[in-house]
Design a protein. Structure first.
Length: 103
């Protein structure tokens, strides 16, 4: 009978594993901020789209003052979303403003 034995030739040392764990912990906050930013941006883009569609479909049933407020809020939110370095808190604030004026 022939036997074959497979043995790993490499692997990570305890020091390498510890370094990887520390790197992951150090980057956790940045990862969280990036995720929050992406989520805020996605929500904002969805709200922009639905608000523009609603304004197009029902804009004639809204007063000129309300229509202008909604258009201004959409423009401000678009500017925040399209910024070179979008700020999640700014996007959230402008998303809330658009939701308020749209109601």
């Amino acid at each position: 009978e022939h036997q074959i034995r497979i043995q790993a030739s490499g692997g990570l040392s305890d020091a390498e594993i510890e370094k990887m764990v520390k790197d992951a912990e150090a980057n956790a906050e940045a990862d969280k901020k990036r995720r929050e930013g992406v989520e805020a941006r996605n929500q904002a883009e969805s709200l922009i789209h639905s608000s523009e569609k609603s304004l197009k479909d029902y804009g004639d049933k809204v007063s000129e003052t309300d229509r202008k407020a909604i258009e201004d809020a959409i423009a401000a939110l678009k500017t925040a979303v399209e910024a070179s370095e979008p700020d999640a808190e700014d996007i959230k604030a402008k998303t809330n403003t658009l939701m308020e004026v749209s109601m």
